[in-house]
Every structure is written in structure tokens, then in C-alpha cells.
Write a protein that binds this ligand. Structure first.
Ligand SMILES: [Ca+2]
Ligand SMILES: [Ca+2]
Length: 83
């Protein structure tokens, strides 16, 4: 239950930006290993907390795959109005 609440928080956070998940992923993956560490995510989403990162990390391996990242970002980023 708590995990689900955290996931919702993460989605809300990511939805507040207007970027495409795939583009954001490539930009964030500084070392190009195909996964985003907490540090890499924090570069594009500075407000991301460790709890939000863990909520997005579906398999719990400590990094977000492109699939996990995309799941936390709207498919066509920017469709959510923030104001
Ligand atoms: Ca990486
Ligand atoms: Ca993962």
C-alpha cells in the first residue's frame, strides 16, 4: 500500500515536466549503461527523492531501466498541465 502511494507521488513528479521519456532517458543516462542511477535521475529531476526513485525501480536493482523510467513518465510527456 505504501509502495503504491510512493509510486503515485513519483508519477506526479515526473508528469510535471514536459519531456519525452525516451529523450529524457538518453539525456540522463550519462554513462550510457542503459540504466539510470539515482544520481542520473537527480540531474534531470532534481526534486526526486530516494523514496520516489525506489518506487519507480520496479525490480529493485537500484537503477531505472528505460522501461521503468518510461512507466514513471507520461507516454507523451507534456500532456499533463501543471498550471
Ligand atoms: Ca547510467
Ligand atoms: Ca530497476
Amino acid at each position: 500500500m505504501i509502495r503504491k502511494l510512493l509510486a503515485v507521488t513519483a508519477v506526479t513528479l515526473f508528469a510535471s515536466t514536459s519531456v519525452h521519456a525516451a529523450e529524457a532517458f538518453k539525456q540522463a543516462d550519462v554513462n550510457a549503461d542503459g540504466a539510470l542511477s539515482m544520481e542520473e535521475v537527480a540531474k534531470i529531476f532534481p526534486d526526486t527523492t530516494e523514496d520516489q526513485f525506489k518506487a519507480a525501480d520496479a525490480d529493485g536493482n537500484g537503477a531505472l531501466s528505460e522501461e521503468e523510467f518510461a512507466a514513471a513518465v507520461p507516454a507523451e510527456g507534456g500532456t499533463v498541465k501543471t498550471n
